[in-house]
Design a protein. Structure first.
Length: 348
């Protein structure tokens, strides 16, 4: 089924493969060598994050597991801690355990931001703490910069590494009065995605000190990630860095305008009420099944993909969905989004 318009930049954005290839051909010259785009990407990310080295990975799952494995081997510890809704725990089939034999400590309340007291309550010596910026599954929320600094400092004071799950790092930076390098400086390693806000095809980059990245390169090869023809993925990611990265503040402003319209309408409400990043959640007075059927009918009737999926709620009469504002979401006015949401019950 054709998606003519999409509110989520991860739900079949209207990117023509032919158009991507045309623009890629403009970027790749006859003098370009296969290793050039990958090297440029790694150097550019390392420079933006203020880290000595960076390494391309074909997936974020592999990059993060590699980071944790390296931190575990360097500390001699097998446990790490993070938010109960950590992406690695919820969405990746616990690969950290199945592949690497690591243990995860969910710290704190699953509906609230991780706190320093939550980390202190873990008890077991940790190889690393993992902090996701922003915390996607609770509405794209961010800890205060001072809290983030205290948590990462606590990790180092207790012999653990601090790792940033930066799948949406570029979006998260808009929520701080700090540069990407100033945020990354709090962490020993930082992973960034190449296909979410940057709208690349796939891939990730892991940044850190030279010794850690050299160790990570060994594990990348062991896990099958040292692909020799990564240049198309890197080149498309570089296009996203050129075009989308400068627009993150614009995406955040549009997210705030959408949320304001949704909240003013009164049918649904958002978390946070005022988004701190281009990511937020919309809470509906509908069951998950009804919301998903309504969204499917909207897609069939109008070609509009309103959300990826509805999230369940302890109250079965309610549900929520995620909005991640990117280029495609700019096509929707705040009033239109509020009206589409209000009209969902009539489409169920």
């Amino acid at each position: 089924m054709d998606i003519r318009r999409s509110l989520s930049n991860h739900s079949g954005a209207r990117r023509s493969p032919h158009e991507v290839l045309r623009r890629l051909a403009e970027r790749i010259t006859p003098q370009t060598q296969p290793q050039d785009p990958v090297r440029e990407l790694e150097e550019r990310v390392a420079d933006l994050l203020g880290k000595p080295r960076a390494l391309f990975f074909p997936s974020g799952t592999m990059a993060q597991q590699t980071a944790l494995r390296v931190h575990s081997e360097r500390t001699g510890r097998r446990a790490f801690a993070g938010h109960p809704q950590s992406h690695m725990h919820v969405w990746e089939n616990q690969g950290y355990s199945a592949v690497h034999g690591l243990r995860f400590h969910p710290a704190g309340d699953r509906h609230e931001l991780l706190t320093l007291d939550d980390l202190k309550a873990v008890g077991e010596p940790l190889a690393a703490i993992v902090i996701e910026l922003p915390q996607r599954d609770i509405g794209g929320q961010l800890p205060a910069f001072a809290d983030l600094a205290a948590q990462t400092r606590w990790a180092r004071d207790n012999g653990a590494a601090a790792h940033c799950d930066g799948a949406r790092f570029w979006e998260a930076q808009t929520g701080y009065d700090a540069t990407p390098a100033e945020i990354a400086d709090l962490f020993d390693t930082v992973y960034v995605s190449l296909y979410k806000g940057l709208e690349g095809v796939r891939g990730a980059v892991l940044a850190g000190d030279a010794e850690t990245i050299e160790h990570a390169a060994v594990w990348r090869r062991r896990l099958g990630g040292a692909i020799v023809d990564a240049w198309p993925l890197a080149a498309i990611a570089l296009m996203g860095m050129d075009e989308n990265l400068p627009r993150m503040a614009e995406f955040k402003a549009h997210a705030q305008a959408l949320a304001a319209a949704i909240n003013a309408d009164g049918f649904a409400h958002t978390t946070p009420e005022v988004p701190v990043t281009p990511v937020f959640h919309v809470h509906l007075p509908m069951s998950r099944e009804a919301a998903q059927q309504a969204a499917q009918n909207l897609l069939e009737d109008a070609g509009i993909k309103l959300f990826l999926y509805a999230r369940s709620n302890p109250d079965p009469r309610r549900c929520s969905f995620e909005v991640s504002v990117g280029v495609s979401a700019l096509e929707f006015t705040p009033r239109e989004v509020a009206e589409l949401i209000r009209g969902l019950p009539s489409r169920a």
